[in-house]
Design a protein around this ligand. Sequence first.
Ligand code: ADP
Ligand code: MG
Length: 260
Amino acid sequence: MGAELEIKDLHVTVEDREILKGVSLKVKNGEIHALMGPNGSGKSTLAYALMGHPKYEVTAGDVLFAGESVLEMEPDERSRAGLFLAFQYPVAIPGVSVANFLRMALNARAPAGENGNGKKGISIPKFRKLLKEKMALLEMDSSFAGRYLNEGFSGGEKKRAEILQMAMLEPAIAILDETDSGLDIDALRIVANGVNTLAGPGVGVLVITHYQRLLNYIKPHFVHVMLNGRIVESGGPDLALHLEEKGYDWIREMQENGGA
Ligand code: ADP
Ligand code: MG
């Protein structure tokens, strides 16, 4: 539907320090992109800037979603438009179940009158049906929906909640920022299965990770490497294999030796 994401020469400053120094990247529907790079290179800064976190100030460049700039949009407007950002550090909400949370998330962006009784939001039967469908698709146990969100969740369960949220919101573009610590194999597999299941012709995915090994499970169409706030290398899946073999040092060396 042309709801692609286009990042154009994006410069982002955090606390008066320029972190992103001109990032350009296009994610079309149906494509899986992996953004990799060493710690501190600016990957999470890009994710936060894309969602409109107030601390991340865009000083130059633009972000177009479906052809329109999102820079003046609030984070919730971006979400309603079809951009999804999985939180790198999801919070626990005591007393709120996974299902409740998902219903709030859907209601927050459903058009008024959706449930037919003048109230805003999705009706309970509609919601239950959708939840059941999505949980079956992701092969999740139905008891998971009744758990309190993130309370005592393992790393894998947090990821499950995140992926389920993505499935329910059906975004046109999903950005998944994977932490550089605490992602065990179980969690990696859940994220990868989720992305592989939910990716499709109408969805573009940007997976951000420090870990080459995530790409043993997700097969991206494009791989990009970020270094010091810039994308310094882009390629196909073979670039990920190369990184797995050689790490990031060869990219650093290439940069220092006047490449680019
Ligand atoms: P990555 O995700 O690639 O590890 P980050 O985007 O988290 O990199 O960080 C890039 C740089 O920006 C780092 O030097 C980091 O200290 C800085 N930075 C990112 N977010 C903040 C913040 N909220 N406050 C201060 N500095 C930040
Ligand atoms: Mg990060």
